[in-house]
Design a protein around this ligand. Structure first.
Ligand code: DLL
Length: 443
């Protein structure tokens, strides 16, 4: 959906300049920055130095950018094991911000920023927003949570530095969010895609048609969402939907984002070096092949991460985007290597379920996946909301819809799924990351 803005390099925003760095220059910069970050981690992070020494490596072993594959991986458990500050490479007197992300188990992971790190982060989010065609004069509502979560403050600083007017709405209070969108003439929103769907629905109930509001862009991330979800969002709200990616361990939002071509997410490669590896063997994969995204921070001081295994599954897209940016792109992240459900021995990803559901007319984009174990056998139940008209209709229509959904899911997953159709609004709405899977299997 390319409209009047940014259809060529000529009219792109000045903050986007690094996105167009000639490739040879970019690689040289990346190598220089890699050396700096390796040196810094070697000098200040005990765990990193020990791992390097175990492999007989020193910073001098890194002689080219390709040597990055010789460096040890890092992963989430390293942050947990060294909780709270064990991976910091700056003294606390240089740290100006701490964020934390709650994991599913145990202690949160803690991340730190120097002033320079906050500036780098701000610039990467500004580049995301500029790539979405936003600029000074835009009114950007930030509907990600403010607090320990990186979403709110990350988007806030980026939007403000772009010169846009920021409405720091944070999460929750759907009616107030809609009132702000309408009364302030908001032109773009940053929030999770599931929360925006909730806002579209609430607006409808309040008699407000999103399509009539000035809002034209949505910068959605922090959770996986599918192309089908994008179609639902764009067709029901008239908003151009952009995918923004990031994670606390690397910086927060702003590691990558779509441009207006919507042909994958550009990674701000001068700041974050991407690799894709085979999650089983750890071997690097060539561009175009799908595997686990590994990221190295090239410009972070307080908590550099080297070869961080994100668990996010994607591919580096070969070729250049039509927008002219030289920085590479990744495919949208549909799943994580650790969100795979194994049901009766079959591998199932929640994103496959979402795609199958949204292809069937009459359903709403609200669903939940329940896993139980009955008589030792895994059961998969998908609860999905149907439109009120459908619910009020005759039993026959519901049965027919149920069968169609069951068929669609069977085809995609290859296993028997129990589909339960529920009334609109009966599934709890999320304000942040949607909780799609409820696993009640006990062992
Ligand atoms: O979710 C940072 C963020 C905030 C990104 C706002 C985008 C917008 P964490 O809470 O540490 O940080 O969660 C990071 O969320 O490893 C992915 O699994 C998932 N994730 C983030 N963005 C996307 C996306 C923030 N666009 C984890 N598509 C990551 C799919 C995403 N998954």
């Amino acid at each position: 959906m390319i409209t009047e803005l940014e259809t060529s390099v000529d009219n792109c925003h000045p903050v986007s300049a690094p996105d167009y760095t000639p490739v040879a220059e970019l690689r040289a910069l990346q190598f220089y920055r890699l050396l700096t970050v390796v040196e810094r981690s070697w000098n200040h992070v005990k765990l990193f130095r020990e791992r390097m020494e175990e492999r007989g490596l020193t910073p001098a072993s890194i002689r080219s950018l390709d040597d990055i594959v010789r460096l040890p991986f890092s992963q989430k458990s390293d942050l947990r094991d060294t909780y709270p500050f064990g991976l910091f490479a700056s003294p606390m007197k240089d740290v100006v911000r701490l964020h934390a992300s709650s994991g599913t188990t145990g202690k949160p992971i803690v991340v730190a920023y120097t002033q320079e790190d906050v500036d780098v982060w701000t610039s990467s989010v500004a580049r995301c927003l500029a790539g979405c065609g936003l600029h000074r004069g835009d009114i950007i509502q930030v509907g990600y949570g403010y607090g320990l979560f990186t979403g709110g403050l990350g988007a806030h600083y980026g939007a403000e530095s772009l010169g846009a007017a920021v409405v720091p709405a944070s999460v929750g209070h759907a009616e107030r969010q809609i009132m702000l969108l309408k009364d302030f003439g908001v032109t773009a929103i940053c929030c999770t895609p599931s929360y925006f769907i909730h806002l579209i629905e609430r607006a409808g109930e309040m008699g407000i048609d999103m399509k009539q509001l000035p809002i034209r862009a949505g910068v959605f991330g922090a959770e996986p969402w599918t192309e089908s979800m994008r179609q639902v969002i764009e067709s029901t709200s008239g908003v151009e939907a952009f995918d923004i990616y990031g994670l606390s361990e690397i910086i927060g939002p702003g590691v990558g984002c779509e441009c207006r071509r919507h042909q994958g997410l550009h990674i701000y490669e001068d700041l974050f070096y991407p690799e894709v590896i085979d999650p089983e063997t750890g071997e690097p994969l060539p561009d175009g092949e799908t595997g686990e995204l590994v990221l190295t921070t090239l410009a972070k001081q307080a908590m550099p991460m080297i070869r961080y295994r994100t668990r996010d599954i994607t591919a580096i897209l070969p070729g250049r985007c039509d927008c002219g940016r030289t920085i590479r792109r990744i495919d949208r992240i549909g799943r994580r290597s650790d969100d795979m459900l194994i049901i009766r021995g079959v591998n199932v990803f929640p994103s496959q379920i979402e795609t199958a559901l949204l292809q069937v007319e009459g359903t709403l984009p609200h669903y939940q996946i329940f896993l139980t174990r009955e008589h030792g056998l895994d059961q998969l139940e998908v609860k999905v909301e149907v439109t009120s008209e459908m619910f009020e209709d005759k039993i026959g229509a519901l049965q027919e819809l149920n069968q169609r959904l069951q068929g669609a899911l069977d085809r995609v997953l290859g296993i028997r799924v129990r589909v339960t159709l529920v009334e609109a609004h009966s599934i709890e709405r999320s304000e942040g990351k949607a909780k799609r899977v409820i696993d009640r299997r006990t062992s």
